[in-house]
Design a protein around this ligand. Sequence first.
Ligand code: ZN
Length: 290
Amino acid sequence: MTTFRKLPKEVSCLTRDWFPKGTDPLVESNIRFGSRVVNFGVVHRLFFFRSGRAGTIQFFDIDKTPALEIERISKMEYVPPGACKEKSEQAMLFLREFLETKGVELTVSYHNSFPFISDASNFLHHEIFYLAADIINLLPNSHLGHSHFIELKLGGWSGSFALCSEYNDPTVHIYNFALEGPRRNFIALLLHEIGHSIERIMEPSDLEKLEELRKKIQVGLGLDYLDGRSARIARMLSGLKEFVAETYLVYVVAGRHMDNIGRIRPDQGDLWKEIKTIFKKYFEGIEYIK
Ligand SMILES: [Zn+2]
């Protein structure tokens, strides 16, 4: 039996291309990775994450035109900075209580990575907590609070080689990087990391089948976030763990596209239908619509 759940618009927009053709590559790559611009009189300085691992920020001066463009787009795409303490705490409490009912503990250790920006604050913007609740609310209860997902950690960094977020059984950890940059990255990474925890509860026979199918894939399905579709597809196909995590995300955001691959590539259609059937079993028959 199939039941349908409606995706919030912030989530369903991940299937659309992020940037219009002709966007300055400097602007695009910096927006994708959450860079910020600060204007010092006539000097425009671009601050960017050197790597998520250490959370190190570096900078260089850039021309006015790309600087203004990065400022303009980041205002639309990023989770806003300068959070109000009361609103942030209220929203945190909301998410904490919501997750408690699902058997997941919320921990928050956020510090603004750009303290030199005038409206920076060390309180996570309330929007993040409500968005996290909206996303998690889409999932079946069996995906939450099982022995491989009992903590959601928002903020801070990790010593691992991951750049943006990680799954460290039983914790889904979203680094500062994904909490203060584009909403797209936060949404996709949250679902991707929860997907890693689902791999731990899948039956061995399903994992074997998925591995067999993964090796036959020639047409991948990717969403446009971080470094873009092709990079995400390459990562998806790189091994079983990444395949399960990224396909989990794709199932939620673009599961309906899995049915259509056969129209473009008949030889690949059945393969994706089989993959979808396995995921649908774990989603207890839920499919997601725009
Ligand atoms: Zn991963």
